[in-house]
Design a binder for this molecule. Structure first.
Ligand code: ARG
Length: 264
């Protein structure tokens, strides 16, 4: 089984090239071979303002606004910890080409300590200037919300091997237990660090370019709360291959400490 996160570096490089110039993005060869499930896969368009914390990152990933200056994303979307002014975050719009979009440059990346491509798939990006007028997405710091139905959203491919999206897509997917997910993936899951979601029949999933974006649900007070970070999967939306997400509750205290060390 190929873990997608190993391919994402290639995808990010290709997307960076697209952003920089006018190259046509070819899907990685290894991304093909699956079913081309029309329409995030199986999604619909999000309304402007529906998910104000959604962030698009210039390397071709998603993210969530954690605070006015910090974006929570996936470790596999970024380079090593340190000063980094190369990332542009686009916020406040569902249409990435909207004239009302907010764009802000990064000034620092914090990648999960010990990240080696297997688990620990989270990172914080600090923005050069704080954004105003957008609500943040709080992270789950208990396992209480690691169940139920989750919302996923992103500008990634709407089908396996497909292109990136101009408009934010959203969908809902049910929780999949670690035991089922690990059985689906032949023992590749890291149960403590990862949470899976999707239908056994497939059809709805995050996909390439959604990485780093949040998986979230409503909490007891009806507020959105982040339970996952898009990490990897075998293809997209294939039957019996749920999406695999970083389990935010497991890393919540590490994320909070890192955020504090970055100035909050
Ligand atoms: N690693 C991918 C990315 O960089 C995300 C893959 C998610 N795949 C899935 N089947 N849920 O965008």
């Amino acid at each position: 089984m190929v873990r997608w996160r190993t391919l994402t570096g290639l995808l990010a490089a290709a997307l960076a090239a697209v952003t920089a110039g006018s190259l046509t993005l070819a899907a990685p060869a290894a991304a093909g071979g699956g079913t081309a499930t029309p329409y995030v896969v199986g999604g619909t368009r999000a309304a402007q303002g529906e998910f104000p914390f959604m962030v698009r990152l210039s390397m071709g990933c998603g993210g969530a606004l954690y605070s006015s200056r910090l974006v929570l994303t996936a470790a596999h979307c970024v380079g090593a910890t340190g000063t980094n002014t190369s990332i542009t975050a686009t916020l406040g719009v569902v249409d990435l080409q909207s004239p009302s979009r907010i764009t802000v440059r990064s000034n620092y990346v914090y990648r999960a300590p010990g990240y080696n491509g297997n688990g620990k798939d989270w990172a914080l990006i600090r923005l050069a200037t704080p954004v105003t007028g957008l609500s943040t997405l709080k992270i789950a710091n208990t396992t209480a919300y690691d169940n139920g139905t989750f919302t996923i959203a992103g500008w990634g491919a709407a089908r396996e091997g497909g292109g990136q999206q101009r408009y934010l897509l959203k969908a809902t997917v049910p929780f999949v237990s670690d035991s089922t997910c690990n059985a689906n993936y032949g023992g590749e899951i890291i149960p403590a660090e990862e949470i899976c979601a999707g239908y056994a029949s497939g059809g709805v999933d995050t996909c390439q370019g959604d990485s780093g974006g949040p998986m979230f649900r409503r909490d007891a007070g009806n507020a959105w709360i982040q339970v996952g970070i898009v990490s990897w999967g075998n293809g997209c939306a294939r039957p019996n291959y749920p999406g695999v997400y970083t389990q935010v509750s497991y890393f919540a205290s590490a994320i909070a400490s890192a955020a504090a060390s970055l100035g909050g």
